[in-house]
Design a protein around this ligand. Structure first.
Ligand code: NAD
Length: 474
């Protein structure tokens, strides 16, 4: 797919020429070279895809759950064989370091499809009360419009697509303008493994294509992952149309270190917890909240760990920090670093473009201190390799600082006493927390609190509506 000028979308189980003549030019963030182009789909393309999804709906939603389960499992197997291809295809578009892309665009989607294949197999759509009078029936919502961002596109897609398919919904996918190719590829793969035409359709494009998904009458529900700003626009549009929305949005999460935190363990888990994917992950814990009495010690661990990490070619398995996704994102991140300087904070590591990378949208891993809680670098999602370290005066103060945010997406607590750490986690207003860097299972729900979202798509029930049938005994 690399090096090609794609003029087709994947709709109704086959490649079809796009109605739109506009295109998205993809640039490799590491080299600034042209990668490929894809159609910038218009409202007519969305309508064609939605009509195909609508036609496919009765057959798919009424198919025995085990048939759906078998096809989702076949998609998992097909993906598994092409994991490396997907990981590289994503990295060529978004610059994600390959060691991480192999997980988020390789093994994790496979695990998500496998998990939801089992969920589909076990799904019982009807429950009848003991007297046989009342039936509770769960039916698929219908055609789901899936809109995703670029940062881990195949995990984020599987996170929405797998449960939608398991529930019996058909879908129209709108990938991010930065990463259209891997979504087109998965639609092609789904057709190859036997999905009926129209169950999975992909229309590539930008914001206007996303807006057309929301407005399209043949789309019954919108499942969105992306920024809080776009989430607000989408949810208000969908609200007017009374269309159900799942919105998985931005974050500004906190990693709280308690006074007994094991700093060696924290150092090992620091990058995965605080700046994964060069800080371009919604769950990044970019506010490190450290005990005041151990502040210097924590800061030394943070700066030495980040200073030792390799910045450079994302295809090199030894690289930890790659480029940012685009020139615009790099400039945005640098704007935040400038704001820290002008608001009186102190940049103690990084802050500039690295001198070792002649091309590409790189920013050095950056650590900022002397931050007060009204500064932009404390309050706003930066989505780059930038974190702040702030002091706390005990567990209650740490919770107060962590909760001093309009967001509530992720979070972490580091402490040797796991029960005490869990108690702190219970008091943090956020949807997903890890203790000592423990990873969540593939079936763990993820739901944003506050401005981080509405609902969560990984749950099968988000894609179902409930009908109750009361029967007069005959
Ligand atoms: P973005 O909001 O700019 O775009 C996301 C997707 O929405 C893209 O496909 C885009 O074309 C589309 N879009 C944008 N505006 C739209 C509109 N008004 N109507 C319809 N569609 C629209 O986000 P991004 O820069 O691609 O991704 C980064 C953001 O995503 C960050 O804020 C990050 O925290 C968030 N994110 C959240 C999660 C989560 O699970 N909560 C996961 C990954 C990323």
């Amino acid at each position: 797919m690399i090096g090609q000028r794609h003029r087709h979308l994947h709709i109704d189980g086959r490649w079809q020429p796009a109605d739109s003549q506009e295109k998205l030019d993809l640039i490799d963030p590491a080299t600034e070279q042209w990668v490929a182009s894809a159609p910038d789909g218009n409202a007519a393309d969305v309508a064609t895809a939605a009509a195909a999804a609508r036609r496919a709906l009765p057959g798919w939603s009424e198919a025995p759950p085990e048939d759906r389960a078998d096809l989702i499992a076949a998609l998992a197997d097909g993906f598994d064989e092409r994991r490396e291809e997907f990981a590289r295809l994503v990295t060529a578009q978004n610059g994600a370091v390959i060691s991480r892309s192999r997980r988020t665009n390789g093994t994790r989607p496979v695990a998500l499809y496998r998990h939801h294949s089992e969920v589909a197999r076990a799904f019982e759509p009807e429950m009848v009360d003991t007297a046989g009078r009342e039936i509770l029936r769960r039916e698929p919502i219908g055609v789901v419009g899936i809109i995703i961002p670029w940062n881990a596109p195949q995990s984020l897609l599987a996170h929405k697509l797998a449960p939608a398919l398991a529930a019996g919904c058909t879908v129209v996918v709108k990938p991010a303008q930065e990463t259209p190719l891997d979504s087109l590829r998965i639609a092609e793969l789904a057709a190859t493994v036997g999905f009926p035409p129209g169950v999975i359709n992909v229309v590539t494009g930008g914001r206007a294509t996303g807006a057309a998904i929301v407005d399209e009458p043949d789309i019954d529900m919108v499942s969105f992952t992306g920024s809080t700003g776009a989430g607000r626009a989408i949810a208000s549009r969908a609200g007017r149309l009374l269309k159900p929305v799942v919105a998985e949005l931005g974050g500004k999460s906190a990693a709280v270190l308690l006074d007994d935190a094991d700093l060696e363990l924290f150092s090992e888990r620091l990058i995965a917890t605080c700046l994964p994917n060069t800080g371009q992950v919604c769950y990044s814990c970019t506010r490190v909240v450290a005990p005041r009495e151990r502040f210097d010690e924590v800061l030394a661990v943070v700066t030495s760990t980040l200073a030792a990490a390799k910045v450079g070619d994302p295809l090199d398995p030894a690289t930890t920090f790659g480029p940012l996704v685009s020139a615009a994102q790099r400039d945005r991140v640098q704007g935040y670093i400038e704001s820290a300087h002008s608001e009186g904070a102190k940049v103690v590591l990084g802050g500039k473009r690295p001198t070792t990378t002649p091309a590409g949208y790189y920013v050095e891993p950056t650590v900022i201190i002397d931050v007060n809680h009204s500064m932009r670098v404390f309050r706003e999602e930066i989505f780059g390799p930038v974190l702040v370290v702030v002091p706390h005066d005990g567990d209650a103060d740490a919770v107060r600082i962590a909760n001093d945010s309009s967001f509530g997406l992720g979070g972490a607590v580091f402490g040797v006493d796991v029960e005490r750490s869990t108690e702190v986690a219970r008091r943090m207003q956020t949807g997903r927390i890890s203790i000592n860097g423990e990873a969540h299972s593939v079936s763990a729900p993820s739901q944003g609190f506050k401005d981080s979202g509405i609902g969560g798509s990984i749950d099968l029930h988000s894609h179902l509506q409930v009908k109750s049938i009361a029967r007069f005994p005959s």
